[in-house]
Design a protein around this ligand. Structure first.
Ligand SMILES: [Zn+2]
Length: 107
């Protein structure tokens, strides 16, 4: 199977147009860890149980909450392309709950 690739402009992960058509300004994209779990961005700690801690190695991924495709930020920044790294199931818990918590915190 060919690797799916999202459109991205200028090595900037915030410009991703997901394979499903989602963008930051549409349904939004979420910073995630290497398992696709949304990371906690707030200053206070610890992170809510549903969310992942900020990766100690700084290796971030970008989760599309619409379809569950996940992109690796470092690949985008280095190559200017956005191949789908893996895909998670955003419709079922705990991922669905983590996404809800993420949006609750960021609004
Ligand atoms: Zn998507």
């Amino acid at each position: 199977m060919d690797t799916e690739t999202a459109d991205v402009i200028g090595h900037d992960v915030t410009t991703i147009t997901c394979v499903c058509g989602n963008t930051v300004s549409k349904d939004g994209l979420i910073q995630a860890n290497s398992e696709g779990v949304p990371v906690f961005i707030g200053e206070s700690s610890p992170a809510p149980a549903e969310l992942a801690e900020w990766p100690a190695d700084g290796e971030l991924y970008t989760l599309c909450p619409s379809c569950g495709r996940v992109y690796r930020d470092s690949v985008i920044e280095e190559t200017g392309t956005a191949p789908v790294a893996f895909r998670v199931d955003v419709a079922t818990d705990p991922m669905a709950e983590a996404i809800r918590v993420h949006w609750n915190l960021s609004t």
